[in-house]
Write a protein that binds this ligand. Structure first.
Ligand SMILES: [Zn+2]
Length: 316
């Protein structure tokens, strides 16, 4: 059976035909200025036609970097695309027609399902996948099924609170105290540059070369030696452990999949996160848990969206 996965990010539109959990054909275009919903729907339809092959029915799953409103692909907010309150799923379903049953999924949910089916989550039954990149996202699998939630927003781990009251950091979502406001890549990088500019660590600044070039990888490189870097990573690792450990305590997952650009370039931050989990989640929660790194890279979302549609999850 051929299924098609679509990864709709902010810069690239990628489409792939998936058979048996593996990509057999793929196409990619760079989204230019034409990123209104009509132009994107037309571009997806064109690429789907190129890769779909000749089967009578080819389901299509789309992973989109967006907060969704429902299981019909209504986008509340997709910052990278500039979309707000857009009936994307309905428009794409009308365009694709009956030959392509359509599902629209949050991108991190699609990634989590991809890792479950074909990557680091294979064999797991209850899986939590956490990605720390520019923001922080998660996908939840319970008893082998994706947890979508009442309005398709389950797994918004970045907006779990790790601080409350006056002085809690302001998040991009408008709320205060979200873990993403402390340990998401955008917040981290802004704080690193602000504190380096104020003289926090000559050693990290020397490694980065300039304040404007500093990123979490520079802090990570010196996080065992430089006092400021060590303290910053201890703090951020504890915040990540708090959010993830609390989620694990609710979910009792057997697999934790970690990924994303920040954790990828900051192994010492990852180590602090993992070391902090037992202080947050009870021993009975930690005992069955295996912690692994995401394995599929950029293809996870493509494969996961295809597998979800192929499994008939929330078809429109
Ligand atoms: Zn938030």
């Amino acid at each position: 059976m051929t299924v098609v996965g679509v990864d709709l990010g902010g810069t690239n539109l990628r489409v792939a035909a998936v058979e048996g959990g593996a990509i057999v054909r793929r196409q990619r275009i760079v989204l230019g200025e034409a990123r209104g919903v009509d132009a994107v729907v037309a571009a997806i339809a064109e690429l789907v036609a190129e890769v779909a092959g000749d089967a009578a029915v080819v389901p299509v799953g789309v992973g989109v970097a967006a907060m969704l409103a429902d299981r019909r692909g209504t986008v509340v907010n997709a910052p990278n695309l500039g979309w707000r309150d857009v009936a994307f799923g309905a428009a794409l379903a009308a365009r694709l027609g009956a030959r392509h049953p359509l599902g629209v999924y949050n991108d991190v949910n699609a990634i989590a399902f991809g890792e479950l089916g074909a990557g680091a989550g294979r064999g797991a039954r209850d899986l939590l996948a956490v990605f720390v990149g520019t923001g922080i996202g998660a996908g939840v699998i319970a008893s082998g099924a994706l947890v979508e939630g009442a309005s398709n927003c389950a797994g918004e781990l970045g907006h779990v609170k790790v601080a409350a009251g006056g002085g809690a950091a302001r998040c991009g979502c408008g709320a205060d105290g979200c873990v993403e406001a402390y340990a998401g890549g955008a917040a981290l990088q802004a704080r690193i540059r602000r504190e380096l500019a104020a003289g926090a660590s000559p050693a990290v600044l020397a490694l980065a070369g300039a304040v404007d070039a500093a990123h979490p990888g520079h802090v990570d490189a010196l996080a065992d030696d430089d006092p400021w870097a060590r303290a910053l990573w201890d703090e951020c690792g504890a915040y990540l452990a708090l959010a993830i450990g609390n989620a694990l305590t609710i979910l009792n997952s057997d697999r934790l999949v970690l990924g994303g650009g920040v954790l990828g370039r900051a192994p010492r931050l990852r180590a602090r996160l993992v070391a902090g989990l037992p202080a947050v989640a009870p021993a009975a929660i930690m005992r069955p848990l295996t912690i692994v790194d995401a394995a599929l890279g950029d293809d996870a979302g493509l494969i996961g969206a295809a597998l979800l549609a192929g499994a008939g999850v929330s078809l429109i």
